[in-house]
Design a protein around this ligand. Sequence first.
Ligand SMILES: NC(=O)C1=CN([C@@H]2O[C@H](COP(=O)(O)OP(=O)(O)OC[C@H]3O[C@@H](n4cnc5c(N)ncnc54)[C@H](O)[C@@H]3O)[C@@H](O)[C@H]2O)[C@H](O)CC1
Ligand SMILES: [K+]
Length: 514
Amino acid sequence: MKIFSASQIYEADKYTVEKQGISSDELMERAAVQIFNWMHLRMQGAPVKIHLFCGIGNNGGDGIALARHLQEHGYNFEVFVVNYSDKRSKDFLLNLERLKDRKVWPTFLNSDSEFPEIGKDDIIVDAIFGIGLNRTPDTWVVNLMQYLNNTGTFILSVDIPSGLYVNTIPENPEGVVEADYVLSFQAPKLVFFLPQTGNYVKQWEILDIGLDAEYLTNTKTDYEFIGKNEVLPIYIPREKFSHKGTYGHSLIIGGSYGKVGAVILASKSCLYSGSGLVTAYVPKCGCLPLQTSLPEAMVLTDENEDILSGISYDMVPTVVGIGMGMEKKEATSKAFSDFLNKYKGNLVVDADALNLLSENKKLLKKLPARSILTPHPKELERLIGPWKDDFEKLEKTKKFSEQYDCVLVIKGAHTIVVYDGVGYVNSTGNPGMATAGSGDVLAGMITGLVAQGYEPLQASVFGVYLHGKAADIAIEKCGYQSLVATKIVEHFGEAFMSLLEVPEMPQPESVEEN
Ligand SMILES: NC(=O)C1=CN([C@@H]2O[C@H](COP(=O)(O)OP(=O)(O)OC[C@H]3O[C@@H](n4cnc5c(N)ncnc54)[C@H](O)[C@@H]3O)[C@@H](O)[C@H]2O)[C@H](O)CC1
Ligand SMILES: [K+]
């Protein structure tokens, strides 16, 4: 699903209005009807008090139009106009008139107004600011937002939590509504998924307001939201007349005394994601644990007992995954540099191999084209330098990825894969994954997918999705706290199978036989 910028949404509006021969107010009406239907389906006419807080732009207009539908269906509601400016939008005014025609009189809130009483079990509709916010809200509006947040009442935000911008981070973190649910028009906004702003959005859903399909399809976006529909076309089914050679030979290089587990996890993950063959390259101390815990993998050993000191092997890997549990000893650093001088094939770089790249930036130029780098936030910072906010982080990452022609996997609650100027925002995963070894498992999975012929970008996007999906399936059985990395691997099979599941169709009501 595409993630549009604010200017693209405004353009889509304009295009839709022209092409469908409708007025902009009709688009607002569609938005309001969609929100009303969503609420009506859940509330079924319940007399719960609804407090609508409406700004004076089109987001406020949506709220005012919604109030009209609530009145028509006998709901218990009250409308407040948050009068933060005298530049009221045309469609806001039109809907305000329509509401007044129905004898509904909103309360106008100004800088000196007292805020209304709100019960814990009531509902707040937040239609104060939408995607048109372009400066910090006035102090009294920030106070109102704080007041609403502190009521503990369920907050339903229209389009976006008021106070959030679409393309930047709010200057004042207090001046944002904390939404329990956001009903966003046509497409999610990038800020729903970023660490600094995602906390303002507990849950979200898309409402289709019928923006022009041709515009939506043909417009290229800087970000995409990756769900099942997006990964299904990537999936390569297995062929009947295939053999283990068809699915590649992965070489996992890493490990040091006390950190052999990282290589075991990555190798296991690589096998479970479908790599035909897996060889692990480890210091001598890693041989026995690998052979006993993972008989499917082959093992090559370094001359050194405890660390990697020279990487040489007599096989031709389809892909190399390097860095898990590797440590940054001098001999290892030299071995890694020598390896990069020689190796020009598919490469996945993780953990301490990333840190070695950060410490010796000259090595970056030696990375084979389209190498995949899988940093967590600290490793990313070491690679690209500090950032002032999430947007700058993304811009710097894009630049870095272009400069070194590499795919960057920014790990986080919503992992974002960056390549060729586009960010692919993952939809799966859960807080249980914040556990030791889950990164090794991801790197192993992506390596395994590359081995099977997935292109580096596809392998990264698909691997991140499946890794999160496996964890989502696993927590159904073990809960967040007990989700260890091994359990993620053990649910890869179910994650793959979930791709082929067809959503259950509603059954026709059974007809009783006489
Ligand atoms: N295609 C769609 O998604 C549709 C969305 N709709 C709704 O329209 C809003 C966007 O409306 P817009 O009028 O452009 O912006 P806002 O409602 O967010 O209004 C803000 C308004 O006020 C000015 N302003 C901005 N920041 C401040 C500030 N800090 N203090 C005071 N004033 C400020 C600014 O000039 C704006 O004009 C979208 O989110 C949807 O809810 C349509 O209803 C249908 C199509
Ligand atoms: K809003």
